[in-house]
Ligand binder design. Structure first.
Ligand code: PBG
Length: 327
């Protein structure tokens, strides 16, 4: 047989396979989402997210230390307040849960890079991502509160803010507010291409943020659309976003690739709570190999074009990278 091309030649050994790898990753591109909650002495496991916890502030340093030891240096904070109200005032309170968590984390771990999720849904009594006018979320009124929230996070020590609300114009509104207050150098990572997704189910249980009526389809995107995702991405670049995020990750890798090809700024993919829950549940049944699935999911996001990966598996992935299993 006269065969000149034999793709198997480059698959002959582990060393060779690693040499010709197209996708390389590094722990520095991982971001770990972390839930902080009012109260003391709390480390509550989230029922639909085994091994993930809601931490009270006194427990936070232990969690951060573990991440630091694993080589994960980037956090994304989510807050669970004591009280909610119509206008989500806990989101932008000076002594709000995220603001206090930032002060705590930055004073003890100055090198930890602290990003915050900027949204209202954990703080509003109705669970929507903005203020209501009737049963609709009022876009432009919400922008003021989101800007206030982002500013309060940065004043409390946030290194970067990440608006996840999907209001129109929020990146520009936040950029202007930060600039006016002298925070010209603080980057914005926009949840630019965020779909209305059932994959957020476990998160909403974790954060108690499910909408009390209706759904988020009037502001989050319809998952039938991909060109609209590019439109959202381009708008956010024009508004001053420094990094764009696509969310969820696994079912939206085509979007990651398209956004990556279309814009010149870094692209992040968020492997969300439902993705994590599915893997955990199937692994608990003994139906899949958790570690190998986790690695494939992560590599596929990078392969699709993500430079940054948000995942509840950050610690475990870092370990696999240390062990040379991926990366
Ligand atoms: C806040 C927000 C959500 C997630 C991140 N930021 C929930 C939502 O939009 O309903 C989901 C994260 C996850 O599922 O892991 N708006």
């Amino acid at each position: 047989m006269n065969m000149i091309q034999r793709p198997r030649r480059l698959r002959g050994s582990e060393g060779l396979r690693k040499m010709v790898r197209e996708t390389r990753m590094d722990k520095s591109s991982l971001i770990y989402p972390l839930f902080v909650k009012e109260g003391t002495n709390l480390k509550e496991e989230i029922p639909s997210m085994p091994d993930q916890y809601r931490y009270s502030l006194d427990q936070l340093p232990y969690a951060v230390e573990e991440l630091q030891n694993a080589g994960v240096g980037n956090l994304m904070f989510f807050g669970i307040p004591e009280h909610k109200d119509e206008v989500g005032s806990g989101a932008y309170a000076q002594d709000g849960i995220v603001q206090r968590a930032l002060r705590e984390a930055k004073s003890r771990f100055p090198d930890m890079y602290c990003i915050t999720d900027v949204c209202m849904c954990e703080y509003t009594s109705h669970g929507h991502c903005g203020v209501l006018c009737g049963h609709d979320v009022e876009n432009d009124e919400t922008l003021k509160l989101l800007s206030q929230t982002a500013l309060s996070h940065v004043e409390a020590g946030a290194d970067m803010v990440a608006p996840s609300d999907m209001m129109d114009g929020r990146v520009l509104a936040i950029r202007n507010t930060l600039d006016e207050h002298g925070f010209k150098e603080t980057p914005i990572m926009s949840y630019a291409v965020k779909y209305a997704s059932a994959f957020y189910g476990p998160f909403r249980e974790a954060a108690g943020s499910a909408p009390s009526f209706g759904d988020r389809k009037s502001y989050q995107m319809d998952y039938h659309n991909s060109r609209e995702g590019i439109k959202e991405a381009i708008l956010d670049v024009q508004e001053g976003a420094d990094i764009l995020m696509v969310k969820p990750a696994m079912s939206f890798l085509d979007i990651v690739t398209k956004v990556h090809d279309e814009v010149q700024i870094p692209v992040a993919a968020y492997s969300v709570s439902g993705e994590y829950a599915m893997v955990k549940a199937a692994a608990a049944k003994g139906w899949i190999e958790e570690e190998r699935i986790m690695c494939e999911m992560a590599v596929s996001a990078y392969r699709a074009g993500a430079q940054i990966y948000l995942t509840y598996y950050a610690k475990e992935l870092a370990k696999c990278m240390d062990e040379g299993k991926i990366g």
